[in-house]
Design a protein around this ligand. Structure first.
Ligand SMILES: O=C(O)c1ccccc1NCC(=O)[C@H](O)[C@H](O)COP(=O)(O)O
Length: 271
């Protein structure tokens, strides 16, 4: 079993248990305050931003271990917002990333930024959880879903007023694209081997232009392994409009300040 299979097997076990404890109708009956209003659009926030940084809240990762074991949402996420992030990604997987759904709920209480529920979605139940916790968007990972699941989950996400970020790593995974995808993420990290190389986004850029075109198609996002503003400038020139960054900020003692400094350098680096 590679790490992705290990993570998704664990997620399936956890979701099966969560569904027993709190079935969807009970989850909805609980009446989350965020169900009453449509979330803001993460796609639009990225499209309209000059910088497009999606700053991630992640305490640990399978590839690097603990990045920031005692990181608190209240110390990091509001600082991401004031530092100029366009959106925030919150890892909600506990076992491998040290996150919780409560982290997402707390982030929603504290900021107006569009929030991405970053997890390993293998069951539509997780979409309901995401919506009730205040997410604006969910991640679907092509490598763990069939084309039919990608379409079905993305359609349900839209019914719940959630946007969809579909993550691919290889050209063949573009077969998972469907009309419900709002943002198309190219992951620079191979989730089987952890090998991370931002050149993967550049290699995929031409293909993306052909597959999704510009304008109203899914918004291109580059994910993982981004650590310097010059790379963001080059990625933007290649057509990307969102840049998902976690480790570069979270390994710092003060992730909010690291993000603010990064954005200041990015503004200086722009042509
Ligand atoms: O980060 C990992 O080690 C990882 C391992 C296996 C599956 C997913 C993983 N990461 C999730 C992510 O997509 C990243 O947290 C995100 O793209 C940010 O990447 P980075 O800037 O390199 O922290």
């Amino acid at each position: 079993m590679d790490i992705l299979e290990t993570i998704t097997a664990n997620t399936r076990r956890e979701v099966a248990w969560q569904k027993q404890v709190l079935p969807v109708d009970a989850l909805l009956r609980l009446g989350s305050p965020w169900l009453a209003e449509a979330p803001c659009s993460m796609r639009r926030a990225l499209a309209e931003s000059e910088t497009g940084i999606i700053a991630e809240f992640k305490r640990r990762s399978p590839s690097k271990g603990w990045l920031h074991e005692d990181a608190k949402v209240e110390a990091v996420v509001p600082a991401y917002e004031t530092g100029g992030a366009s959106a925030c990604s919150v890892l909600t997987d506990g076992e491998f990333f040290g996150g919780t759904l409560e982290d997402l709920k707390q982030a929603r209480r504290l900021v107006r930024l569009p929030l991405l529920r970053k997890d390993f979605v293998v069951d539509e139940y997780q979409l309901y959880q995401a919506r009730a916790a205040g997410a604006a968007a969910v991640l679907l990972i092509a490598a763990v879903l069939s084309p039919d699941e990608c379409r079905r989950f993305a359609r349900t996400a839209h019914e719940l007023e959630l946007e969809v970020l579909l993550e691919v790593h290889t050209p063949s995974e573009l077969s998972r694209l469907n009309g419900y995808v709002d943002m198309l993420g190219v992951n620079n990290r191979d989730l089987g081997t952890f090998h991370t190389d931002v050149e993967n986004s550049f290699r995929m850029a031409d293909l993306l232009r052909r597959e999704v075109g510009g304008g109203s198609g899914p918004l291109p996002v580059s994910e993982s392994g981004i650590s310097d503003p010059e790379t963001v400038v080059r990625l933007r020139e290649a057509g990307f409009r969102g840049f998902l960054m976690g480790e570069a900020f979270m390994k710092s003692g003060d992730p909010g300040r690291a993000l603010a400094e990064f954005i200041a350098r990015l503004k200086e680096a722009r042509p």
